[in-house]
Design a protein around this ligand. Structure first.
Ligand SMILES: Nc1ncnc2c1ncn2[C@@H]1O[C@H](COP(=O)(O)OP(=O)(O)OP(=O)(O)O)[C@@H](O)[C@H]1O
Ligand SMILES: [Mg+2]
Length: 155
């Protein structure tokens, strides 16, 4: 039987996080941990939608922000390390190009400066041969490296 109508993936979530604080969200698979992260960043894709409640960051509601205003917060002030790094990265672009693209979207810097930063980021997470790694594709990375790169993309 196929049911129609709205199904709530998440309800009754309420927490406040002060600067420097951390919160761990624990729950069985399908409990809604990822949906919570996507909701905070306004990344719920159609036909999903947020039907109620509010997400406030530094006192301001994020729910009705214009896309361009949300983009200045997303990746700059609030970042998400996606659960599946292989799904996060574009398989047809090199790791370096993806990191540069991400940096250029958030900072007013040249492409070569962005590449230098990307290199430093890979070095920070101790990825061996970082210069060579920048020009490789996600498929050339082992899972642990991809997690590191995704983490760097989120920073
Ligand atoms: N875009 C979507 N549209 C409809 N339902 C969705 C969507 N994304 C997730 N869900 C559903 O919302 C529920 C919560 O999923 P979610 O991925 O947040 O779980 P999770 O706690 O992160 O699980 P896991 O530990 O496996 O990562 C699941 O029932 C899932 O099928
Ligand atoms: Mg999840």
């Amino acid at each position: 039987m196929v049911c129609s109508g709205a199904v709530k993936a998440l309800r009754d979530i309420n927490f406040t996080l002060e600067r420097g604080e951390r919160i761990g969200v624990v729950g069985e698979s399908g409990a809604g941990k990822s949906v919570l992260g996507f909701s905070i960043l306004n990344l719920i894709s159609q036909p999903g939608r947020i039907t109620g409640g509010d997400v406030r960051f530094e006192g301001k509601s994020l729910q009705n922000l214009e896309d361009k205003d949300m983009r200045t917060i997303r990746g700059n002030r609030i970042a998400m390390i996606f659960q599946d790094p292989m799904m996060t990265l574009n398989p047809v672009l090199t790791i370096g190009d993806q990191m540069v693209e991400c940096l250029l979207a958030h900072r007013e810097i040249s492409k070569s400066a962005a590449r230098k930063i990307a290199l430093q980021k890979l070095m920070q997470v101790q990825i061996p041969s970082p210069e060579k790694r920048l020009d490789q594709y996600p498929m050339n990375y082992q899972a642990v490296c991809v997690s590191g790169s995704s983490l760097r993309l989120a920073c």
